[in-house]
Design a protein around this ligand. Sequence first.
Ligand code: ATP
Length: 303
Amino acid sequence: MLRVPAKLNLHLQVGLRREDGYHDITTAYQAVSLYDIVKISLTEASRGVTITVTGVDSDRIPTDSRNLVVRAAQALSSHIGIDPNLHFELIKSIPTGGGLGGGSADAAAALVGSNILWKAGADEDCLLAIAARIGEDVPFFVKGVVAISTGHMQPPMSLKHGNHIWYWVLGILPSGLSTKEVFEKHDEVSATRVFCEETYRYRRERCVKTAWGSTPPHLLIASLLNDLEEASIELLPSIGRALSAGKNAGALASLLAGSGSACAFLARSEDHARGLVLKLQEINIFRQIALVIGPVGGVRVLG
Ligand code: ATP
């Protein structure tokens, strides 16, 4: 049995779409304490990879080869040259379509767990390389904590971290967003603007040089950023209302999670976070509100 956290993007810069169809992304990830559980058992070889999903949003999650867990197990099995023979039981707490990386997190847990069950002996670099082929943010979940990623297929750089605890309140809206649609909308809203390569490079360098792991959260408020916010709000205007509601409730900052639709509100302390939870519950726009902390470690084997 393994557990794997959700992530927030403390900083998410989107560059131009490249020839391979992906955008240049510069991001600072932080893993936060909302966990999926992944149980894995060996089955007969002829059964391939099977999945059952329970918990949050389980009715919206595919149990065939579209599930990133299946893709992860198949990728490792073809790397080591065996027929996959595993059953996965996913117990979801990470809402889907929230930009919290639930599918990628499960894929990372599946890779780590399959490697153990099959006694495949793949080292961390090998797992990270397979993870990167499944999805851009999958490698981050192997170690979690705080890391910077500067592009597709580049391994995330883990950052030194201090003892600062970030208290977040996550507001989960009733509707999720598709990452693909958000990027398409981002291209549409950016099409009328001139893209300045120099500014992009300067912002990117600043993000890379920021000590995201070891600076106290209140000193990083001005650096929290998400370039996908405008596109996400165009697609789902309630995100704009949610982000304002967080600020009005007294959050230090309101931040869109990844490509949305979840919103993250930064608090000064645990007490402050509890107060925010109560205020945000009164507004009645979220289907779920959770108090989490970051940074936390990535995939963990529980037994
Ligand atoms: P991200 O932040 O990585 O862009 P997200 O947090 O918005 O993604 P996910 O929970 O990763 O959303 O789900 C995105 C899509 O991936 C959904 O359409 C979902 O059906 C599919 N998916 C595939 N595998 C999984 C999985 N194991 N758990 C959740 N969703 C999965």
